[in-house]
Structures are given as C-alpha cells and as structure tokens.
Design a protein around this ligand. Structure first.
Ligand SMILES: Nc1ncnc2c1ncn2[C@@H]1O[C@H](COP(=O)(O)OP(=O)(O)OP(=O)(O)O)[C@@H](O)[C@H]1O
Length: 711
C-alpha cells in the first residue's frame, strides 16, 4: 500500500484506495510499476513547424504514440437479476442421466457418481416410474411415505433457468430445457442480492483506474430485454442517476457504473491537482450517442444524427466532435439528464422502460505533464446495449395486424366517416383483441416503430456476436472480423479487438421462462472471455485502428507478392469476322488462339486485401476508389503496388480484355503500316480500314500483354 502511494505521489499513477477482495496490493503495485515512466518520458524536442503540420491533420492521420502495452483478456462478470413476483410458467425439465448425476454432485457437494446415483434413486423422479425407488429403503428414522413424497416434490422442482450461482468459485449452473445442464465460469459472478457498489468494484473499477492512467477502456452490458442492463449501467431511476445525492443516502448507493465512474475520475483529478506536487493538466469531456439501426444520433445535441453521412458518423464520434466538456459532478448529471430525455424508451411486455436503441457514453480524458511535455489521451466507452428480445415475448408486434385490418375496413367505407373521425386519438391499445383499439395512422406507426426498434437492436447484437465469434476463431487464416456489418460493431471495434481494455457485464433473469435467452447471454459472455488482446496506453483509437489496418495491408501485400505467379492460359476461339481469302483464314482457318497471362496463387490474400481496403475506406470516410488511387497512402502505396500488375489480370477479367479488343487504338495503325506485321509484307493493295483496325486490335492486345493486362 505504501509503495502504491509512492507511485501515485511521485509518478502520478492513479490507483484506487478500494481493492477487490481477490486482488493483492502487491499485484496492483507490480502492474503499475511497469508504467512508472508514463509521465516522465524524455521530453521531445519541440518543433513548431511539425506541431503546426500535425494540427492540420485529421486525428486518424496522426502517428500513434509509442505506448506501453499489456496483454489482457476481456473480463466478464455475470449479474443475476432478482426473481420477479410473476408466476414462472416454465415446465419441469428432465435431464439425461449423466447430467442429472452431475447436477446432484454439484448441488449436494458430493464427490462420487455412486453417491449421486444413490440420491437420485431416492428421488426417483428421473426414472419416471416410482417402482425403482419404492424398493429403495428410506434413510433411518424417515417415514417411507413422507420420504417418497419429499423426494417427489424435490424432483419436480427441477425447472429450467439458473440453477445455482456460486460467487466464490465464479460459476453459474444453468438448466436449459432444450440444451440441458450447462456450467459457466466467469471472472466474477454477482448473485441477485449484489449491490450496485459490488458490481462497480468487480467489473469497472480496474478499468476506470487504467483509464486515468492513459489506457483506453470499454465496458459493455449485455443481456436480454429487462435483464437489468440499464439498471447496472445507469441506475434504477432518475434519482439514482442524476438526483441530488447529498440527500437520501440510498439514491447515492443505487448509482450505476456510469455515475460512479465519472465521480471516481473527477475525484482522482481533483486530488492530483490539489494534493500532489505534479504539474499536470487534465481536461475531461463526454459524448453520449445512441445507435439506432445504422444511424448514430448525438443525444447531447437534440438527437441529431452525428456527422453528415452514415460513414462519417463513426469518425465524428471517434474524432471527438461530439464531446462536451465536464468540470464537476453537476456537469455529469446535467449531460446524463439531457441524454435521458432524448433517449428512445418505450414500454414493452418485458420492460416498462425498455431502451429501444444501443447507447454509448464516452468519457475522454486529455492529460499533459507540463514539466516533461508528455501528453496522453484516453477514452472510456460505456455501452448500454439494447436487449435482445423475442418479438412474441416483448409483444411489440401485438395489435399491428388487427389495427391494419380495422384501418382497411374504415378506408373501404365506414358509413362515410373519415379516418380522422373514426380514430379516437393516438397511443393506447396494444392489446390483441382490445375492444377499444385506437385506430389512426399514428397508432399504426407507433406499433411498427417498436417492431423496427427490436429488429435494429437484434441486428446490432447479431453483428456483435459474429465479431466475437471471429475474434475467437484463431485458426481461421484470414482473421477477418466483420466489424463493418453494423454501426454498433464499428464503434465498439476498438474495444472488442482493438487496443483497449474491455469488461463485459452479462445480465440475466433467473426465471425458467427466459432460459433460452439466458443461455444465449451466458454463451456470449463465455465467448468474450476467451478473447485475448494487447491493450496500449495512450493509443488513439481511430488512428490505431487505421494503422493496424495499414500494417495488415502491408503484410497481405507482401504475401501476395510472394505467392503470386503468372500463368499463361491458352484459349481457342473462332473468329467469325475473319474474311475469306485473308492470311488469317488461310493459316488458321479462322481459329484464334488466345493466350492470356493470369495471376494465380494468392486469391485468398487478394480477397482479404479488398476487405481491408473497404474497412479502411469506411473508417477514413473516403471512397474505395480514392483508397485504391493511393492518395490516402501519401502515394507510398499506389495503384501499381497495391494491386501489383494484377488489376484486371485475373481470369475474371476476360471481359476487360474484350472491352479493349473492341476499342481500337487509332494510334496503333501507323505502326501496322510500317510493316511490323508480317502478314502484310508483300501486299499490293493498300489495306482497307477494317483490316487495318483488325491488326490494330491485335497490336493493342500485344501492348496490353506487355503491360501485364492481357495477351
Ligand atoms: N439487480 C437488480 N435489482 C433490482 N431491480 C432490478 C435489477 N436489475 C433490473 N432491475 C429492475 O428491472 C427492470 C428492468 O431493468 P432494466 O431497464 O435495467 O432492463 P434492461 O436490460 O435495460 O432492459 P431493456 O433492454 O429493455 O432496456 C427495472 O425496473 C429495474 O429497476
């Protein structure tokens, strides 16, 4: 602890005064000690011209700062929501014998299968009939009938859903009616009674400390709708998120990860500026955006779309154009309130205040040591993902069809009444078969809005799952991660596979009726936990992403160069246009042997190169043509190098060749006339224009072959 204080006081490295139960001060010290020179790198020689030049450049063109790296696994926590009052409709589950035995071993802490089997025999229910356990003698002192009845009841209580949660071993046992018994292990498991403070300690505190020390971080909450994501990220109600925390102590305790993270950062910065003898400046700002389908909306700017195009939106957010300065907790509460007012929220059958889009709260910290001139910018991404939902459960489609039917009837002539007269007000309804179903166009749009939101949310989550799957697929040669499939994954790409530290909180309900969604959420958490990456301090997320792509482009280009070879392909084809009596008709019978040189051997690499160029174009907001043209690469990697001589050289480019064939280069005609083509030697009459053109075409093909395009 004393040494940690020294690192804080002398080296400006922040460490929280609170530590997790399973963490030792010694480990924290060694982790931080590696970074002791963060603010004391040798002072760079300041070059005013270079500084000016850098100011002109967009953020993504800047060289990433040499950074301290740290290998890091995505941290995954599992949080269970308390049971609801509603009756659980889930039916009894019958597990296969080996799973039943395993479950008994786990729940009764038995060591051998034989002991578990004895318990099972006594319970009897797995075997369906009671014959077997009737033969089994009850334990001494137990009335036989009572024992059977008890066992029957015990066995009958085996239902789908979360079976047990062990915070000590960080394990969760799940009974899924379709998939059977499953056991999952996470970095931390938070039972339903865990406080908001415990959740913050185990899933966010370390990342927040690292963020203050210059690392980028991402914390995201994942789970089905109504599982407690917003509760975990923000808090249960407005009072907890941006209420007056000085008054009731409870609302302060109920704060979620975002208000707590902001408070910790502000406290740390204040302590450093007032108590430590370090000349450091720090500016804090936040952005708050909502991802709705493929649109990114700035919640702090009245929900206006970010950037001027969908492609620009991502750069706009990562470039920091949506940032708002923060100096105190009141500022944080103000932006949270503004954001909350602009958020898409609606009541569904699963959640009274369901978030209808993915939300991203980004805290940016710009720090500089005035003595050494070392500066560092870090970002903390806090994502409250929309909940995956089954439309039949959230009932966002309910009423739509009836409503449309009724509208149809009315428009077809409802005693001459107009729609406006017959539809008594918007909203309301929503219950299938409701007598007072309000029917006007606005109601219709409301229903379909909910459905569209559900589709947008699920599409983003599906893309996220695909990315996590690809990141886990270390055996795949291409290592392609489809971040580009949705705006959500593009914005989270630096958090998932990039250089930042990441923590995922999987939220779940324990009721059996949500089993399939809970299993899906648990599997997602498990997949995230396997991802290992290298976190970097002081990394500029956007620039790093682009430099990373550039590095991969260079590697792929080198692979293409090494693997690709020219092959000559011969293709015989009859030229119907050959005139009788000509040299061509006599010599080859009008059959033309077309030789084409094609590049083969690096097809997969070429495909990957295309994908990378596409990704890069999306990030920089340029078109693919300009990327290919080489302008974005400062001319270093231009058209020729990028595609080798291969553009238009693959077998697929036969059409290109054909196009050239028909476009006669008039300039080639004089060459032909100069007698370069043997066929015309000794010809008496001057060739007709058509014949000249035919030879020009041949000459053209030869030119193309020489240039590596076609022969
Ligand atoms: N751990 C918890 N303790 C007590 N109440 C909780 C807990 N988690 C969630 N709740 C309550 O359950 C309800 C739904 O939670 P919440 O809105 O956070 O779900 P969500 O996952 O964000 O849903 P959606 O994806 O639809 O937005 C809220 O009333 C919330 O206060």
């Amino acid at each position: 602890m004393r040494y940690l204080n020294l690192l804080h006081v002398e080296h400006g490295l922040y460490s929280s005064t609170v530590k997790q139960a399973d963490e030792r001060y010694k480990d924290i010290f060694f982790r931080l000690y590696k970074r002791r020179d963060l603010w004391f790198c040798a002072k760079e020689v300041e070059d005013p011209e270079e500084e000016e030049r850098k100011k002109e450049l967009p953020l993504w063109r800047l060289e990433p700062k040499p950074a301290t790296t740290e290998n890091f696994n995505i941290q995954v926590s599992f949080r269970l929501k308390p049971k609801s009052q509603e009756e659980d409709e889930e039916k009894e589950v019958t597990l296969p014998l080996h799973q039943r035995i395993q479950l008994i071993k786990m729940s009764k802490k038995l060591k051998s299968n034989a002991a578990a089997l004895r318990v099972l025999k006594r319970e009897g229910a797995w075997f369906g009939e009671r014959k077997w356990d009737e033969k089994t003698a009850p334990e001494s002192g137990e009335n036989k009938e009572n024992s059977l009845e008890n066992n029957k009841q015990q066995a009958e209580t085996l239902r789908g859903g979360i079976h047990s949660v062990d915070a000590f071993s960080s394990k969760v046992v799940m009974v899924d009616p379709t998939k059977g018994l499953r056991e999952f292990e996470f970095d931390s498991v938070l039972p339903d009674k865990s406080s908001q403070g415990t959740v913050y300690e185990s899933s966010a505190r370390r990342l927040v400390s690292d963020f203050i020390n210059g690392f980028n971080g991402t914390i995201l909450v994942y789970g089905q709708t109504g599982s407690g994501k917003t509760h975990t990220m923000f808090g249960p109600d407005d009072d907890a998120v941006f209420g007056d925390h000085s008054k009731p102590a409870t609302s302060r305790q109920m704060r979620g990860i975002i208000p707590r993270a902001c408070a910790e950062v502000l406290d740390a910065l204040e302590f450093r500026s007032t108590q430590l003898n370090l000349k450091m400046t720090a500016s804090l700002s936040v952005s708050y955006v909502e991802i709705y389908g493929n649109q990114v909306n700035d919640l702090l700017n009245g929900g206006a779309p970010c950037g001027h195009s969908k492609v620009a939106a991502q750069r706009f957010v990562l470039d920091g154009a949506a940032e708002n300065p923060i100096t105190c907790l009141a500022d944080v509460q103000r932006v949270l309130r503004i954001g909350e007012e602009g958020k898409r929220r609606a009541a569904t059958a699963m959640n009274e205040r369901s978030s209808r889009a993915h939300c991203l709260f980004i805290i940016s910290l710009d720090q500089k040591n005035l003595d050494t001139g070392v500066s560092c910018k870090s970002r903390l991404f806090l994502a409250d993902l929309g909940g995956s939902e089954q439309v039949k459960k959230s009932k966002v489609n309910v009423g739509t069809s009836k409503h449309i039917e009724k509208l149809k009837l009315q428009t077809m002539g409802d005693n001459g009444r107009t729609l406006a007269e017959s539809g008594a007000g918007a909203g309301g309804g929503g219950e299938e078969g409701g007598e007072n179903l309000n029917t006007n166009f606005s109601t219709g749009f409301k229903f379909s809005d909910r459905l569209r939101e559900a589709v947008y949310i699920n599409t983003g989550l599906l893309a996220l799952k695909q990315c996590v799957k690809a990141l886990n697929d270390t055996e795949s040669k291409s290592q392609y991660v489809p971040y580009g499939d949705s705006k959500l994954t593009l914005l989270l790409s630096s958090g998932l596979g990039g250089d930042s530290k990441t923590s995922v909180v999987v939220c779940a309900a324990q009721e059996g009726k949500h089993s399939s969604e809970t299993t899906a959420a648990l599997l997602f958490g498990q997949a995230c936990r396997k991802i290992t990456k290298t976190a970097m301090s002081g990394a500029n997320m956007l620039a790093d992403l682009i430099h990373k792509i550039d590095r991969e482009i260079a590697t792929v280009e080198a692979q293409i160069k090494a693997k690709e070879r020219w092959e000559v392909k011969e293709e015989k084809r009859k030229d119907d246009r050959v005139e009788e009596g000509t040299v061509e008709a006599l010599g080859f019978g009008g059959v033309e042997v077309k030789k084409s040189t094609v590049l083969v051997g690096a097809e997969a690499e070429r495909k990957r190169l295309n994908e990378l160029l596409m990704e890069r174009a999306q990030l920089t907001g340029t078109t693919l043509e300009s990327e290919v043209g080489g302008s974005q690469f400062g001319g270093a990697v231009g058209f020729g190098t990028r595609f080798g001589a291969g553009f238009g050289t693959s077998v697929n480019n036969a059409e290109e060749v054909y196009r050239f064939k028909d476009t006669v280069d008039e300039e080639a005609i004089p060459d032909v006339l100069k007698g370069k083509v043997a066929g015309w030697k000794g010809a008496e009459a001057a060739p007709s224009k058509e014949k000249l053109q035919k030879f020009a075409r041949k000459a053209n093909r030869r030119k193309m072959a020489y240039a590596g395009i076609s022969a």
